[in-house]
Ligand binder design. Structure first.
Ligand code: URA
Length: 434
């Protein structure tokens, strides 16, 4: 078998066989296939696509490329959730304790920030002492003790995806539906849960900017999950403005804790309750209405907040920063950004907003950048709000004041103010896709 022939076949629109896909994944991981040939193949896939069966075979080859987690020691159904990535997306910090407090086990592996999007592991690491790197037994024991554990992906989980993702990132081949579907589902399948809930984001801050594409991506991932024997459902949700008001790691932990106290932003609270109810349904806790009621009880009774405190403590984190978020370390400097004209906020370019927070130090500009957990943005207004010229629309936080001018310009360029009231935004953009 020759990589040249495989590239040519895909370039000419043919489907690849299972043997060819295994050859590509094994060959790339062991160094036999060089980056330039893999890049050419990725670009051919980007333009010619993949059939459903090719996408499933690619997913399984990537899932098998490293360790697979065996969660069979945990009694009962285990549920996982994955967001396709966004700005201000702190749902995991809220959802996991809501669901665990309802008696469903959540054994979750999360990622770090990627480009303009944030990552749960970075957010959790803003809690002093919190360990996101546990060995398999510690991970399972934590779930057994409190029903919830969130860790970073183990070094050897779907290593083929890790290598391919890094290459896609620099060859303009990230936003391909089969490649995204295979990337996400390979990790979810290797992570070992029984059921998977997919939160597929759509809008200016998401990989999918059109609802039709988000639907296609969701359908592809559901099909792959089912073929792998996992109960999989998806909901398409809005990422055409940041979720909630806070963007940046410890700022998002504060907003997540406020949400668990019942005082969070409406969009974030509505999304978390919907996703929590979906996870409870997957775990066969009852009808959707019953599960939504359970999720609300868990949130508004304070049991979910207690669960977060328990999980943080078990994972080595300082629970006092959850009990009182004033104890979290703060950025040394802040800077307010004001509206340049009066009117309605008609649009927030969410990717651009995410980039502004990366410029402040909340995300990585290169693979090796060290992030500042205290940095980020707290918006004061969202789409549909009226502002007067000079009103504060956001506050920037950083440890270095010289970062403010560029971040401010970037943020201001992301916010459009107009005279017409925009249509109200919906947070949930689809029915449950099965
Ligand atoms: N998240 C992933 O894990 N992979 C992708 O390709 C895109 C988003």
């Amino acid at each position: 078998m020759r990589m040249y022939d495989i590239i040519k076949a895909k370039r000419d629109g043919f489907s690849l066989t299972e043997k060819e896909i295994d050859f590509i994944i094994n060959g790339y991981l062991n160094g036999d296939i060089p980056d330039y040939q893999m890049s050419a193949l990725l670009m051919a896939i980007y333009f010619k696509g993949m059939t459903s069966s090719e996408t499933s075979m690619l997913t399984m080859a990537m899932a098998r490329s490293g360790d697979t987690v065996d969660l069979s020691e945990i009694d009962g159904i285990t549920v996982d959730k994955h967001s396709t990535g966004g700005v201000g997306d702190k749902t995991t910090l809220i959802l996991v304790p809501i669901v665990a407090a309802c008696g469903v086990n959540v054994a979750k592996m999360s990622g770090r920030g990627l480009g303009h999007t944030g990552g749960t592991v970075d957010k959790l690491e803003s809690i002093p002492g919190f360990r996101t790197s546990l060995n398999r037994q510690e991970f399972i024991d934590t779930v057994k003790k409190c029903g919830a554990c969130v860790v970073g992906q183990s070094g050897n989980l779907a290593p083929a995806d890790k290598a391919l993702y890094a290459l896609r990132d620099v060859t303009a081949t990230v936003d391909s539906i089969p490649l995204i579907a295979a990337s996400i589902m390979s990790k979810k399948i290797a992570a070992g849960c029984d059921c998977i809930l997919l939160d597929v984001k759509v809008g200016s801050g998401a990989f999918m900017t059109k609802i039709e594409d988000a639907r296609k991506l969701a359908e592809k991932m559901i099909e792959i999950g089912k073929k792998a024997g996992k109960k999989t459902v998806a909901v398409i949700t809005n990422m055409d403005e940041p979720l909630g008001y806070a963007i940046g790691n410890s700022l998002e932990v504060i907003e997540a804790v406020n949400t668990l106290k019942g005082t969070g932003p409406c969009d974030l609270t509505e999304l978390c309750l919907r996703l929590a109810a979906e996870m409870l349904c997957l775990a066969q806790k009852g009808s959707y209405e019953e599960c939504l009621k359970m999720a609300k009880d868990s949130l508004y009774s304070g049991r979910a907040l207690d669960k977060l405190v328990e999980m943080v403590t078990l994972q080595g984190g300082d629970p006092t920063v959850i009990l009182n978020t004033n104890n979290l370390k703060k950025a040394r400097f802040f800077h307010t950004v004001t509206a340049e004209r009066s009117g309605y906020i008609t649009h927030i370019d969410t990717e651009c907003c995410g980039k502004a927070s990366v410029l402040l130090g909340a995300g990585r500009q290169t693979k090796d950048s060290v992030i500042d957990h205290t940095a980020g943005i707290v918006l004061s207004s969202k789409v549909g709000d009226i502002v007067n010229k000079g009103d504060i629309i956001a506050t920037l936080y950083a440890d270095d004041e010289s970062l403010f001018p560029l971040a401010e310009d970037t943020l201001l360029s992301s916010v459009e103010i107009g005279s017409e009231k925009p249509e109200p935004m919906k947070i949930i953009m689809s029915e449950t896709l099965r």
